[in-house]
Design a protein around this ligand. Structure first.
Ligand SMILES: NC(=O)CC[C@H](N)C(=O)O
Length: 242
């Protein structure tokens, strides 16, 4: 790979919680390690690039989700191919819902998802807006905030998928778990944005995409201290150790 291509799906429609910072974090952390980066923004109706090394989709309200749903259905086969090929995918909240099996709206309407993730989101009348701490299954801690109205369940055939972690504080999926991981694809409700605030996840995605270890450099050490302080501040406000 000469250039790391990051595909950012629908940045205009799905970027309401600052999730574009995830793409910035991936691009900068790669560049700081001497890797050339090309960020490709995808808008509804546009051609997808022939390949992608990382895919990101951010979050947004139901009106934005509706605005891109038709295009999501159009590109769904390519997204599933990339997932199956091990391309790291990060899908945040409303974007994750669109890449799941189905969204049920508060009116009982259903919006078909891309089936990248074997998850289903039922949107209710109660919003879950709070800071969140999640313990990943490998013991690592993630912090951020959630801002959604979904209860999320795993579909009947969710083989190979697992929650991203367990909720220490917050609502998450609604059953004390948070997020989903299938192969190298991650879905999560976490904003922050999640990658600048939890650089371990950012580097994990980059290491997968670049197929190699990415040692810390001066710039990552500097921003990782800010991130650690931000996570500690959330932990302190919630009264949990991070
Ligand atoms: N944060 C979001 O993306 C919100 C997604 C969706 N509209 C919900 O309320 O659950």
């Amino acid at each position: 790979m000469t250039v790391l291509r990051i595909l950012h799906l629908y940045p205009r429609e799905l970027g309401i919680n600052g999730d574009a910072g995830n793409v910035l974090a991936l691009a900068e952390r790669a560049r700081w390690r001497g890797v050339d980066v090309d960020v490709v923004s995808h808008a509804p109706g546009a051609e997808l690039p022939p390949s992608a090394d990382i895919v990101h989709i951010g979050s947004g309200p139901l009106s934005s989700q509706r605005a891109v749903a038709e295009d999501v259905a159009r590109i769904a086969p390519r997204l599933r191919q990339w997932r199956d090929a091990g391309v790291p995918i990060l899908a945040i909240a409303g974007g994750w819902q669109l890449l799941g099996e189905e969204i049920e709206t508060p009116d009982g309407e259903t919006i078909a998802g891309a089936r990248v993730f074997p998850t289903r989101a039922v949107l209710g009348s109660r919003r879950h807006v709070a800071e969140v701490v999640v313990r990943m299954r490998d013991g690592g801690i993630l912090a951020g905030f959630e801002n959604h109205s979904a209860t999320t369940t795993f579909g009947a055939d969710a083989s190979g998928a697992a929650p991203l972690g367990d909720v220490v504080s917050g609502f998450g999926n609604g059953d004390k778990t948070e997020g989903v991981v299938i192969g190298n694809a991650i879905g999560t409700h976490l904003h922050g944005p999640v990658l600048p605030m939890n650089p371990v996840l950012a580097d994990r995605m980059l290491q997968t995409a670049l197929r190699g270890e990415l040692p810390p450099v001066t710039q990552t050490e500097r921003v990782d201290r800010y991130a650690a302080n931000a996570r500690r501040a959330i932990g302190a406000r919630l009264g949990v150790a991070v």
